[in-house]
Ligand binder design. Sequence first.
Ligand SMILES: [Zn+2]
Length: 154
Amino acid sequence: MSAEARQTLVDSGHLIFQDEHDDTADPTQRADFLDPRYTNTNLIAFTAALIAKGYHVEITAVNRDHSDDSALGYHCHHNGFAWDGWPLTGPIPGEYLDQSDPVFARFLGDATSCAFYLKTGLAGEAATPENFAAAGAAVFHDDGADHVHFEVNG
Ligand SMILES: [Zn+2]
């Protein structure tokens, strides 16, 4: 995945980097998406395919802003294979899609057909029975605050 593809992704307007809307944060999310040391090329391809379906996502954690999760397996945040986020109703930060909205379930289902998709984690309010059903076979109940975790293979 070229540097140009990474730049196109972060400039798409479909990824909202939460740490750029938090005065207390030192933003790293955009930089992580631009840097192959922090995000695997397969994660970039997966994310580009997902937003190409029209979705907007608020990114809540990528790599450097996530704890070291490498004990959980190779395809983790620490090795650049995962991000956490929440789908939005559109391009406006904080305009979160309700977890019971059918579009939320469709988002989860569509993610499973994107390039390099490996696994979905549902945490907090995202972990509804409907969302578990929509996310297919490779879904697990994730820890922590409300979020959707995606990881890719590679
Ligand atoms: Zn995660």
